[in-house]
Design a protein around this ligand. Sequence first.
Ligand code: B3K
Ligand code: ZN
Length: 880
Amino acid sequence: PKMIVLSEYRLPDYLIEETHLTFELHESYALVHARLVMQRNPGLDDTLPPLRLDGQQLELVDLALDGQQLSAVEYTLTANSLELQPQRAAFELTSTVRIEPQNNTALEGLYKSSGMFCTQCEAEGFRKITYYLDRPDVMSRFTTTIHAEKHSYPVLLSNGNPVASGEEENGRHWVTWEDPFKKPAYLFAIVAGDLWCVEDTFTTMSGREVALRMYVEPENLDKCQHGMDSLKKSMRWDEEKYGREYDLDIFMIVAVNDFNMGAMENKGLNIFNSSCVLAKAETATDAAHQRIESIVAHEYFHNWSGNRVTCRDWFQLSLKEGFTVFRDSQFSADMNSAVVKRIEDVAYLRTHQFAEDAGPMAHPVRPEAYMEISNFYTLTIYEKGAEVVRMLHTLLGEELFRKGSDLYFERHDGQAVTCDDFIAALETVSGSDLTQFKRWYSQAGTPRLAITDSYDAASQTYQLTVKQSCPDTPGQSNKQPFVIPLSMALLNAQGAAMPLQLANESAALTGERVLAVTEAEQTFTFIHVAEQPLPSLLRGFSAPVIMDYDYSRDALVFLLQHDTDGFNRWEAGQQLALQVIEEVVAQIYETDEPMLDTRLAEVFTALLAQDDLDPAMLAEFLALPSTGYIIEQYEHADPLAIHLAREYVSNQLAFALKAPMLERYQALRKVSLETAYVAQAEDFARRRLQNMLLAYLMRTEDLEVMDACLDQFGVADNMTERLAALACLVNSPFVDEAQKALESFAERFADDPLVMDQWFSVQAASLLPGGLERVQHLLHHPDFSIKNPNKVRAVVGAFSTQSTPNFHALDGSGYAFLADKVIELDRLNPQMAARMLSPLTRWQRFDLHQQELMQAQLKRIKNSGELSADLFEVLDKSLP
Ligand code: B3K
Ligand code: ZN
């Protein structure tokens, strides 16, 4: 496979004004007729270069230019293209191809899922449907007609509005859809199936009524309400927060069972992985409800940030993804608790994106080269991209940012643009020069901030010295300084924020302020500082960086209790817990009973006793840093020692805090028993804390707690309580009880694949010994299928990312298992194979022994035969 390079971008030679498609769907094949109204790109000279259309896995049946059938000598076919010579600047190209959706296991292009036809075109799937200019800067008006057998496929959908339909004599029928908006092919979709529909309406801010439809299999009709509510909230929020109104008369969501990712924002016809849209209390956890709310919002928000204004080329992917993730995180913050949402986002970013940035696949938010674009739907493009937009929002402030986004949408409506265009709109409204800021788009790697300070009581001055650096990443060294917004406050001995006045300023600000760090080293001098302050730094995680400031443990305890920034309270607790765990890691090689700093248990006790503390925050405070995050703190981590240390600290906390935890647990459980399930922030918070306490308490192996757990498992009216109790049992030494619980759960939910995914995943993620046998056993379960991405994620994914002691087993068996599965998957679904491989690509982070074992498996995969471009690229970059 060859490298595609940003600097080689060229405007398209030809444009496609109109795209008329006709699908004839059959059980063993489909015919796709395309009529493309094309012209030479008017922005270029008037020569007529050869026309090269993209196409893959297509059987060409017929081809004509301006109505003239072309013979085989008049065009050139390769595995990826169709080339011919146009004779005029404006022409019509018609083609018919034959494809086999029923054999499409890659789930890209047109494929079948649970008896229905559906499509996934982003990024380059449309070329598996017909010959086309499959690039986002070619935008076209689409008309689509679908013919199918009526009994099995009563519902036929595509983008836009239905404009005609009819019956055929042979039991078949057809529908024609017309999309009035120009769009790139990656936003095209069709669906054909026996689907039922839940309907609602939304009245837009200008008073237009929009029909909202969710199409699902009939057994899922009772799982649509939450998704529909989320959609309506998103539509209102985008009007209020960004002034963005929906533009078609109908908005459709379809749930499909086999889907490579979460969902897809096709114009007017969003297609969702069923796990990311279907929910009801009995079958989906609170976390799933929240995830659904944010994914429905994300896809909806793409209608403006992505569809109305799209990307010029795939290097600009973060233009739509980073911005849209930022928008959906603002939305979730508004719908729930803003601080908790920030904590969750940062925990995720620091564990996963920072790992990517430190690994062999590290790339800038706007990459410069790729082999397979599917490999670049990454945490860097999405999550770091959102952080970059968030920093712009912080630097400009809410009002200017909004002006900038308005200008961006207005300037570029209907266009395919670049990250530079987005920045230019913000520069215009703010009058600021963002040239240096743009290094966030071009330089990969996680910057580090090393901060030191000094206080001079005599002159009442306080100095903060900030040094920034960024490690080399593959293909990039000697990084230039970034613009880093450093939100900060100075706290006095009572924890109150002190006035902030820099040496060159005439008046003090109160509360907090944002320092713009722009140099490699910079000192900020504050004057009139009445007492030695404790700095609260990088508040709200104002930039995606690793910050080093040498807090004493007492200072961390103080910040955890008193910082006026909720995020930094949590962060202080995390750093304290991290220090304590790291200390245990160092001892664990020597002794079974490491010494534990008692300050952690003391501050947890104090927090538990604090009645006015928001339960959502308390739950966040009590959650120890994840194993994944702790691993990232080491240059070379011993995952087994880290796992043992984290378990040891958790157990010690559980014993030390048993009485207050049990009391609090029982009080919360009582409320849960007495109230009906509601999917809203306050109830999420209660159940989260309740389940967290139960998990701690189960560590004491107390029989009274075990009974409480069994009771919660058996009696709960919702999946949040039931699944948490099941996870506790599965990870406990009460093996018989766990087995019984698993059996009763499987029996109760046998018919619900989404619940069975959770059943698979809770077992695959188990931390108890014997993980490999457990997972092998799950693979043979009749409900498991390697062709279903959700099942693969539930078993292979959960095992390799969550079951630390088993995946990292010293004999390398966990790594070999993952390699086997990746090889098997690559023959069926390359995108999934490349994604599942990622834990093995992180070998540099681990001890030498693990490094060797992981590399050996990477090599074995590389030598296993013919590889997809997806898998090849990741392997090629990961191997030394
Ligand atoms: N834009 C899609 C992702 C498509 C991934 C293709 N491999 C979903 C989203 O980000 O909204
Ligand atoms: Zn997206």
